[in-house]
Design a protein around this ligand. Structure first.
Ligand code: CFM
Ligand code: HCA
Length: 533
């Protein structure tokens, strides 16, 4: 691995190489090395990253069906984010509110950039209100909004007061805020917490009430998790934000436990809810059959209820035989194959479980925009240097609610559960689960991915749409772990079986090796000499 690392850095100018060297580390699960993460991408490098607006509007708020997501900005920001993420939803009835299929934008023109766009924004809010009478409208700022100083918060307040029965709130999630999508997650968490969570105290019943945080129902993942929770008798109060409604968020403080799927995008919400309302949180992972079983068991252990624990065991016993049957067929064909995973902020970790179930090894993995805690575990949080980019993102001052704070468990009870092995408020990160000598690479560049493929020749590479076809032209199949390539669900037991079958097809197809680019074949046609005068 150290020679591979050298190879990756060799082409860079010394200053760039020095900086990238800190983001490319050779893993040692015993003594986790430090990874440079959540820092600015070096200009000139082709990154996989997106922007803060993508993390706020697209990722966190996008999957909620009955909030009108109105983008204040040029049309491109809306259009190119329109339904590309495959977050599914299921309204209660065919007439039920669902604005996800719409693309709302103020369609900012040069005129608004020069003279201000607040008037246009007010008109757009009024128009959306008149057409749909939604319960809520979220306003999302794109880059020009911050540059010209349009005040989306003041406009939201004014229109909220004018319209009376519509909750309107703004997000200062301009694309350039922070260094990646990650800043947008934090901004989204803050505003939903401030303007929505806690507004509806109704107790809707249920013995074991949880919220699912950081599960966005890509390819129907949340439907599969909902099916399992339902079967076990666990009540899902709110989901942030796959297959969710605004009322779920308003009512979410009535749950007794927050479980987190994607730590990166939503840990802020979990911490704020614990401080204000007294709801503990716990990391889970429903990617992988074994992980799903473990996550259900851990939820049951938190509630310390014998009946629930027994029911969870019954459900696992019912679900597992089908999984085992498929894996025993596929395993001999996938065993020993090599994978690489470079995706956002959690899947590069979670999907290693599914590959392990297939007997496949993860040679190298990394996040686009994870923080050090997503790699090294939350214990490093106190040591993370807070730079200017992070300081730019508001940190809400949250205190216990004088009326609604109700610790679900005493500190002693939580300590007892922890002592029994239930890691409440913990996330160990990706690196303890990766082999010694595997390469961990943060914010991998396009050049580094190509080099890695050349040097390691993996059987499958996992990334997104921008990487897909370049990698496949190199003769290596690429599995999109963002959109699932139009497949899924991959969560839970049903999802695991879907994944095994899809990966088997991909790593065992000979078609990739048969692809030869014309220029590799008919050399002479493309040969030329560049002549200077
Ligand atoms: Fe969390 Fe996500 Fe991910 Fe993410 Fe994303 Fe996504 Fe992702 Mo694309 S919230 S960090 S910002 S698990 S959109 S559903 S697939 S990069 S690994
Ligand atoms: C985003 C969304 C994205 C992009 C996926 C990709 C997603 O970051 O804005 O690059 O293929 O999952 O849709 O991560």
């Amino acid at each position: 691995p150290s020679t591979i690392k050298e190879e990756l850095l060799k082409k860079y100018p010394p200053k760039v190489a020095k900086k990238r060297a800190k983001a490319i580390v050779i893993n040692d699960p015993e003594e986790i090395p430090q990874v440079q993460a959540n820092t600015r991408t070096i200009p000139g490098i082709i990154t996989q990253r997106g922007c803060s607006y993508a993390g706020c509007k697209g990722v966190v708020l996008g999957p909620t069906r009955d909030i009108v997501n109105l983008v204040h900005g040029p049309i491109g920001c809306s259009f190119y984010a329109w339904l590309t993420r495959r977050n599914q939803t299921r309204p209660d009835s065919p007439e039920g509110e669902n604005y996800m299929t719409y693309c709302f934008s103020t369609d900012m023109q040069e005129e608004h950039v020069v003279f201000g766009g607040e008037k246009k924004l007010k008109q757009a809010i009024q128009e959306a209100y008149d057409l749909f009478h939604p319960k809520a409208i979220g306003i999302f700022s794109t880059c020009p909004v911050g540059l010209i100083g349009d005040d989306v918060h003041a406009v939201s307040k004014e229109m909220r007061e004018k319209l009376g029965d519509c909750n309107i709130f703004g997000f200062s999630c301009e694309g350039y805020k922070g260094v990646s999508q990650s800043a947008g997650h934090h901004i989204a968490n803050n505003q939903v917490f401030k303007h929505v969570v806690g507004l509806d105290d109704t107790d809707n019943g249920g013995k074991f009430k949880i919220n699912m945080l950081g599960e966005y129902n890509i390819g129907g993942d949340a439907f599969e998790i909902e099916r399992l929770l339902d079967k076990c008798g666990i009540t899902l109060v709110a989901s942030f934000s796959g297959n969710s409604t605004i009322n779920q968020f308003e009512n979410s403080h009535t749950a007794d436990l927050n479980v987190i799927m994607c730590h990166r995008s939503i840990n802020y919400m979990a911490e704020m809810m614990e401080t204000k309302y007294g709801i503990p949180w716990m990391k889970v992972n429903f990617i992988g059959a074994e992980s799903s079983a473990k996550s259900l068991r851990r939820i049951a252990r938190y509630f310390e209820d014998d009946e629930l624990m027994a029911r969870v065991e019954e459900v696992i016993a019912e679900e597992m035989p089908a999984v085992d049957a498929i894996i025993s067929d596929i395993y001999p064909r996938t065993k020993g194959k090599l994978a690489m995973l470079f995706v956002g902020g959690s899947r590069a970790h979670h999907y290693q479980e599914l590959f392990a179930e297939l007997g496949m090894e993860t040679l190298s993995a990394g996040y686009e925009f994870g923080h050090r805690d997503d790699y090294e575990g939350r214990k490093v949080i106190p040591n993370i240097k807070i730079d200017a980019d992070t300081k730019n993102i508001e940190e809400l001052k949250v205190t216990a609610d004088p009326d609604k704070f109700k610790p679900r468990r005493t500190e002693e009870e939580l300590a007892k559960l922890k002592a029994e092995g239930l890691d409440i408020r913990e996330y160990e990160g990706m690196m303890p689960d990766m082999k010694s000598g595997s390469l961990v690479i943060d914010d991998i560049s396009h050049y580094e991915s190509e080099k890695l493929i050349e040097l390691y020749k993996p059987d499958i590479f996992c990334a997104g749409i921008k990487e897909k076809y370049v990698v496949q032209k190199m003769g290596v199949p690429l599995k999109q772990l963002h959109s699932y390539d139009y497949g899924g669900p991959y969560a839970g037991f049903t999802g695991a079986m879907n994944f095994y079958k899809d990966i088997d097809r991909m790593v065992n197809s000979r078609v990739w090796k048969l692809i030869q680019a014309p220029w590799e074949d008919v050399q002479s046609e493309l040969e030329a000499t560049y002549v200077t005068q």
